[in-house]
Design a protein around this ligand. Structure first.
Ligand code: SF4
Length: 263
């Protein structure tokens, strides 16, 4: 379904949101991240990726709430079905939610997930899967005049990506809160960058978002799940471990890293 794009108008939404402590906390830190990293400018049109998971519903909901400091912008939600469920139960559930809230949206059915698990690609389905999904999202953003794409990656995703890249990719890097792609034509933004996964999930439960089960056979068995479990174990001895890793990401001392060998 192609929806009509709408601007976020403070007055349209006044009174709609709860003013509970958790909502205010998440809103405060979302706005801070958006401002700290210059994620949104006046008049921007943002494509919001909604997978149907708790984090993506929370992102959509929080971005569709009255902003205090963030400039006015409009948005379009996008859902890409990965093709795991022939009955499209999740697809229909998400579509219903968008319609109930009158969210402008793009819904698309694909076979990306199935393709990524084909016999020619058994080794690392996630790599191909995320590559193809992203490519399609970029195409949709360009087709609808969106200059920014918002993903629901939170603080814990950023920490886990650092470790995944370190353990398996032999590099020190992670997801950026505001990332330029295609020579500056598009930007990926991550407004949940400061938010802890536990709080985002709690908010999602409190709001009773109609979250859908991830039907992917790899989910729960991926490198990300492994790293998540590892961090959980380390957190038992050091409750600050996630916070420390996140903080370290902006305390890099290049002089104390190995220079690239000359040959
Ligand atoms: S866990 Fe499944 S849906 Fe997620 S990126 Fe990997 S293959 Fe794709």
């Amino acid at each position: 379904m192609n929806g009509k794009e709408k601007g976020i108008n403070l007055e349209d939404h006044q009174g709609k949101k709860k003013n509970n402590k958790l909502f205010l906390h998440l809103k405060k830190w979302l706005e801070k991240a958006v401002l700290d990293y210059d994620m949104i400018a006046e008049g921007d049109k943002v494509l919001i990726g909604v997978s149907g998971g708790a984090d993506s519903y929370a992102l959509l909901d929080l971005l569709d709430s009255p902003m205090i400091f963030v400039p006015k912008f409009s948005f379009l939600a996008v859902h890409i079905d990965m093709g795991f469920d022939p009955d499209y139960v999740a697809y229909r559930e998400i579509e219903k939610y968008f319609q109930a809230h009158r969210y402008p949206c793009v819904m698309e059915k694909t076979d990306i997930g199935v393709l990524a698990h084909s016999k020619f690609n058994r080794k690392n389905p996630c790599f191909l899967c995320s590559r193809l999904r992203r490519k399609r999202i970029f195409e949709i953003a360009a087709a609808h005049g969106c200059s920014k794409i918002a993903f629901a990656h939170h603080r814990d995703d950023i920490i886990e990506t650092l470790l995944i890249n370190l353990f398996y990719g032999r590099e020190i890097s992670t997801m950026l809160p505001n990332q330029t792609i295609f020579g500056g034509k598009l930007r990926i933004i991550r407004p949940l960058a400061y938010l802890q996964e536990g709080l985002v999930k709690k908010y999602s439960r409190e709001c009773a978002f109609p979250t859908v089960k991830n039907e992917c056979p790899t989910s729960g068995n991926s490198r990300r799940s492994y790293v998540k479990k590892l961090l959980d174990q380390l957190e038992v001895d050091n409750p600050q471990i996630r916070h420390n890793i996140y903080t370290a990401l902006s305390h890099v001392k290049p002089d104390y890293l190995l220079p690239k060998p000359k040959r």
